[in-house]
Design a protein around this ligand. Sequence first.
Ligand code: EPZ
Length: 448
Amino acid sequence: MAPHDLSVLTASRTADSPNRGAGGMDSLRIRGGKPLSGEIRVGGAKNAALPLMAAALLTDGTLTLRNIPRLADIATMTSLLEQHGVTVSFEEPTNGAPGRTAKLCAAGVDNTTAPYDIVRKMRASVLVLGPLLARFGRARVSLPGGCAIGTRPVDLHLKGLEQLGAEIDLDQGYIVASAPKGLTGADVVFPFVSVGATENLLTAAALARGVTRLKNAAREPEVGDLAECLKAMGARIEGIGADTLTIEGVDALSGADHLVPPDRIETGSLAMAAAATGGDVTLVGARPDMLEQVFRAMGQAGAVIDVDGDRVRVRCPRVLGVDVMTEPYPGFPTDLQAQMMAMLARAEGASMVTESIFENRFMHVPELSRMGANINLHGRSAMVRGVNRLTGAEVMATDLRASMSLVIAALAAEGETVVNRVYHLDRGYERLEDKLAPCGAEIERIAG
Ligand code: EPZ
């Protein structure tokens, strides 16, 4: 197999572009202190869309995915799949449909290597490992390194695939996996819950010989959604939504047409922005059933949340201190911990925020402190003592959700905040400033 020249590929193949130009070193200027008020439509879920796109590698049929958000991470996954030889096209929404439609066809895959240059940009690239191995019997995927929120190893992915019969070596920073005679079903017991490992094993098992049982599987809605899409492609899966998934492998999968669910993390983030500013915002096109723990915690913190079908109205006359601990689904998500902390920074009373999923996901704390928050870290817990006011500052974050937490703090703060390195936000929030400005936020993007 000829190694790919990535510079040629990125120049000749057009990935969908993230928000506004290159994103580069853009920043957001926010003048805070105004309650948000109005309606915001929620976009498609990034963390559902990424594994779904990787699942296109499992078939030579066309996988149609609707409601794909316009995000930098989607552009990265598109580039990755294109360099494998997958054709990817996007159609803009018509007739009031919520998001873009992607059509992916992996009939002409000519390269089973996921190169370092793409994987280092986005860890979710490792989700191509299971599908490539299951369909082509081999894959060479750059090992994702650590990242801002922790070391994040992929040992569970690799051990699980070995249990399905894969041979795995590490060579010059790459995972080299092979299964010349195909994969065979097995019982895989995860020692702890991993979303990505469950997704890689689920896609691999769909084409393995015999029955696979994934025990202590992640129950995140994005995992269930991937399983539903695989079923529509012809996979046999039972136990969706439970902690044991049973997969009876089939010889081949076909294309399918699948609707990406709304982004529960975007929904929660916007709800927290509304609450932190004492606003009145209705989120439209949401799936409130995926946010029960989040809305419970927000309710304890003083938010009034009214659910009407796919509409969620959030008001918050005063924010009260509350204790929150992140846990695998259905617990409070780690992906909303930073945003909740920003909301609690101005609470009446103290809150204890405990992070149990990642070892280093408190990068927002020093920046929130620079805006006047009173937060002390004790190991995996943060003691947040509510302050009367936050003040604007120039801040910067090193990951997506931490950046969103700074935006929330900025919206609630007095004066002007400049949030630098907005490319982190563009990885996971579509047109954030365009969604917030109609609700009264004074927010503008400054090209960097
Ligand atoms: C997914 O990451 C999400 N990403 C993350 O969202 C999310 O924070 C995380 O799940 C937890 O909910 C996508 O879905 C694309 P894990 P993933 O494997 O699958 C450890 C965002 O902001 N672990 O469930 O990589 C790991 O280090 C992102 O949108 C191992 O030790 O997370 C972590 O501590 C960030 N070995 C814990 O398990 C392994 O082999 C849970 O990670 C795998 C994981």
